[in-house]
Ligand binder design. Structure first.
Ligand SMILES: Nc1nc2c(c(=O)[nH]1)N[C@H]1C(S)=C(S)[C@@H](COP(=O)(O)O)O[C@H]1N2
Ligand SMILES: [Mo]
Length: 257
């Protein structure tokens, strides 16, 4: 069967499958009793999802499950909301798959960020070298799937600037991160190049405390909390999806916020 693509990378069949999951019940039964086709989906949602901007509305709903749909509507130009200093949540919550007292302790003096995969320069980076990168700041909302959110203030370098300096092949699909205690994460390249994706060294203008990921975390306000790795010790630019700690346990891979 020929696959119909509404949006590049999103095929009609998986879109319909995901749409069925989010339909309220009478609608679902009617839909399944009928042709369960793209045409019927167009009719039910009231928008021509084949060739109009309305596709975005339908995709937004479906994208809660479908990685391809999330990736298709992700825009590098679209920024996550930013907030004033007065909105910062104090104290900012700690979260990990262990208690705060068991958070990893990384020695900043001997720390080196390892860079591997599809990059020109694989030289490891010391903290002083990382601190010398041009610094940016953001006050954004961190959203955790466990049902809380908090506004924080993070300072560091844009990840895209770092990727440029190591000569990363930005046509690669993914970046994989490894953390000091074994937590891992894979993100898509468009998110890695998003202007708000930050290699973070400070929280609230002070060196990142141990709880929030000393010495370095990747802050992505366009992604849910579990996609924001703390205590990052290594990264790999790759075309192979290495998954991640929560993603491997069934959390959505794209994890858009
Ligand atoms: N290395 C590491 N990074 C991690 C986690 C973790 O357990 N280990 N937990 C994730 C989750 S689920 C959340 S909500 C945030 C919490 O970040 P915070 O402690 O700065 O609030 O870190 C994310 N990154
Ligand atoms: Mo989380």
């Amino acid at each position: 069967m020929r696959k119909r693509h509404i949006v590049p990378g999103v095929d009609a069949e998986s879109l319909i499958k995901d749409a069925v999951r989010i339909m309220p019940d009478p609608m679902r039964r009617n839909f399944l009793r009928g042709a369960a086709s793209l045409g019927a989906l167009t009719f039910l949602t009231g928008c021509d999802i084949i060739d109009s901007d309305a596709a975005e509305g339908v995709l937004r709903k479906i994208s809660e499950f479908n990685d391809a749909a999330q990736a298709a509507i992700f825009s590098r130009a679209k920024l996550a909301p930013v907030y004033p200093e007065s909105a910062i949540t104090r104290p900012f919550p700690f979260n990990g798959y262990y208690d705060e007292d068991d958070a990893p302790v990384v020695d900043g003096k001997t720390y080196k960020l390892e860079v591997s995969g599809l990059v020109e320069n694989k030289k490891p980076w010391t903290l002083d070298e990382l601190y010398a990168l041009p610094q940016v700041s953001q006050i954004t909302r961190h959203i955790c799937v466990e049902g809380w959110s908090a506004i924080g203030s993070w300072q560091g370098a844009t990840l895209s600037e770092f990727l440029k300096r190591v000569g990363a092949d930005t046509r690669a699909k993914y970046i994989w991160f490894k953390c000091a205690e074994g937590y891992t994460n894979t993100i898509d390249m468009p998110t890695a190049l998003h202007p708000q994706t930050q290699m973070t060294f400070k929280f609230d203008n002070k060196i990142l405390p141990r709880s929030y990921g000393f010495p370095m975390k990747i802050r992505m306000p366009t992604k849910l909390g579990y996609k924001n790795p703390k205590y990052v010790v290594a990264m790999e630019v790759t075309n192979v999806d290495h998954g991640g700690y929560w993603e491997d346990q069934g959390y959505n891979w794209f994890g858009g916020s």
